[in-house]
Design a binder for this molecule. Structure first.
Ligand code: HEC
Length: 111
């Protein structure tokens, strides 16, 4: 049996992504994390959250959110905050599944 290298593709891609995120520094242009940073800005998240010195401290600061939750939790939270915490004050945001995924990857990179 020859291993299917094609099936390893996504796996290697994910590993490279994690390595980039762990190395800190600015995310590579066009990467999932970078697209998540754009979605964060364009999605209005800064109107209730801070990252570093940017944003409005209405909701919790998200500068180190990646060390608190895995991406999967973040994605669930973004799809419906009340599902994770019944008394959540954060509104359900109109996000596409693609936005949820890049946002979750971006948030996870914030350690
Ligand atoms: C209208 C204000 C508002 C907006 C807009 C908003 N949030 Fe929130 N968010 C909150 C509040 C308030 C909380 C605190 C938890 C709660 O009570 O809902 C929160 C919590 C969170 C948490 C969990 C933090 C923790 O420590 O548990 C994450 C992650 C998060 N928001 C991400 C986002 C992202 C990403 C966006 C943009 C797509 C966004 N939020 C937009 C108000 C907002």
């Amino acid at each position: 049996m020859t291993p299917s290298w094609r099936s390893l593709g996504p796996l290697l891609g994910a590993t490279a992504l994690l390595a980039t995120a762990a190395a800190g520094g600015p995310p590579a242009p066009g990467s999932v994390v970078e697209r998540g940073a754009v979605a964060f800005r364009e999605g209005g998240c800064f109107s209730c959250h801070t990252i570093g010195k940017v944003g409005t401290p209405l909701g919790p600061d998200l500068s180190h959110i990646g060390s608190k939750y895995p991406a999967e939790y973040m994605a669930r939270w973004l799809r419906d905050p009340a599902l994770q915490r019944p008394n959540a004050h954060m509104p359900v945001l109109e996000l596409t599944e693609a936005q949820v995924r890049v946002l979750a990857a971006y948030l996870e990179s914030l350690e």
